[in-house]
Design a protein around this ligand. Structure first.
Ligand SMILES: C[S@@+](CC[C@H](N)C(=O)[O-])C[C@H]1O[C@@H](n2cnc3c(N)ncnc32)[C@H](O)[C@@H]1O
Length: 370
């Protein structure tokens, strides 16, 4: 299994950042599409992708892709794919997926046709007519977009944003994968000093610490494919060893996290202690109005965005305060993510650069000031 097409969905706006990560891992034939990036690789690369990628949502193997205008097209296209390479006799193989702007729009019907075709294929390959499905799960995922079908096998299990340090979170945490993407744009490195002036559950600080120390985000968790029969047992062991060797604790990285809410600071401390980052990151309860601009720093911020009118007014007041305290200074760069269309007018300055990013389904802008 040398030339597998491996597809990694990501948040919209992060495609080029994810492609950069893949190239740094020496993955071949990296290609960006809307909301996903693919490469060509083998089973070792699947393990390396799951463990190392900071901005991918999951890692999937594309087993087949074809056009389908009828249920018969869908059945035949599925039947022709080499399912026996990935699904063992006793393994379970549930099917889920979605369809958008396509003739085949009934998801439950597509689901059952794909299941029937996979069963038929495996019946003829294994010479059995009953599948117990009692061993580990191989999740089949389909997508149909403008009549183009993609049949995938998920290898990650829980989404890759689940790093294992944020069991508890506050009301509006930023997704770990988005925080990692923003820190990539901010070029956080081993010698960076990182500030989050409204740290909530501490996601930016945790991701900044992992990035600066070159600690792979998936080092502390397991992945669905590790239990599957087709996976090379040595692949994850090797990938974990490789990732462990890359860790660099000699760097000078420091982080500072502030929040007005005592519970948020407690939560940040708890999450940071899970990745042994407490020694590098100092936290304190502090109102944004008391922020003092450091000598040299990367300042990131995910300020509140109210959903009700009163909350929106409060949020706008906070943006005004940020504009006052986030003074221009050589060596200090600010990265603020907000879905508020008029953020710059409340903040009081036009951003040096702006980039459209999605926090889940919410369209945001990253306002960059340097
Ligand atoms: C959207 S949340 C940040 C979430 C964070 N990025 C995370 O991943 O958990 C906004 C945070 O701003 C804090 N906050 C609100 N008003 C503040 C103020 N005046 N000064 C400092 N922090 C404030 C809230 O307590 C909340 O934790």
């Amino acid at each position: 299994m040398d030339n597998l097409k491996i597809v990694c969905p990501c948040l919209f706006g992060l495609e080029s950042i994810l492609a950069g990560e893949m190239k740094r891992l020496s993955f071949r034939e990296v290609k960006c599409e809307n909301g996903k990036v693919s490469f060509v690789g083998d089973l070792n690369d699947i393990a390396r992708a799951n463990i190392n990628l900071r901005t991918a949502e999951r890692v999937q193997i594309e087993v087949a892709s074809f056009k389908a205008l009828s249920f018969e097209d869908l059945f035949q296209g599925t039947l022709n794919a080499p399912w026996e390479d990935f699904i063992d006799k006793l393994e379970a193989f549930p099917v889920k997926g979605w369809s958008l702007n396509s003739k085949l729009h009934s998801v439950p019907d597509c689901q059952s046709i794909i299941k029937k075709a996979v069963v038929k294929r495996l019946e003829s390959k294994y010479g059995i007519s009953y599948f117990e499905e009692t061993a580990s799960k191989v999740q089949i995922q389909f997508s149909i977009l403008k009549d183009e079908v993609s049949l995938l096998i998920d290898t990650s299990g829980a989404g890759l944003h689940k790093r294992g340090y944020r069991a508890n979170s506050n009301d509006a945490p930023i997704k770990e994968t988005l925080a990692a993407g923003i820190l990539d744009l901010a070029r956080v490195k081993g010698d960076s000093v990182l500030y989050d002036a409204m740290c909530g559950s501490g996601t930016f600080l945790a991701e900044g610490f992992l990035r600066a120390m070159k600690i792979a985000p998936g080092l502390r968790r397991s992945f669905a494919v590790e239990k599957n029969a087709f996976m090379l047992q040595s692949a994850f062991q090797n990938a974990r060893n490789e990732a462990l060797e890359k860790i660099d604790k000699s760097v000078s990285f420091e982080g500072f996290g502030f929040d007005i809410d005592k519970n948020a600071i407690q939560l940040t401390d708890k999450n940071l202690s899970k990745i042994a980052a407490k020694g590098r990151v100092k936290t304190k309860i502090q109102d944004i109005k008391d922020f003092v601009v450091p000598e040299k720093a990367i300042v990131v911020c995910n300020p509140p965005y109210g959903e009700r009118l009163l909350d929106i007014k409060n949020a706008e007041e906070i943006y005004k305060t940020m504009g006052k305290v986030f003074e221009k200074r050589d060596g200090v760069n600010y990265y603020i993510i907000s879905p508020h269309e008029d953020f710059e007018s409340f903040f009081g300055r036009k951003a040096t650069k702006k980039r459209k990013l999605y926090n889940g389904m919410i369209k945001c802008n990253l306002y960059m000031y340097f």
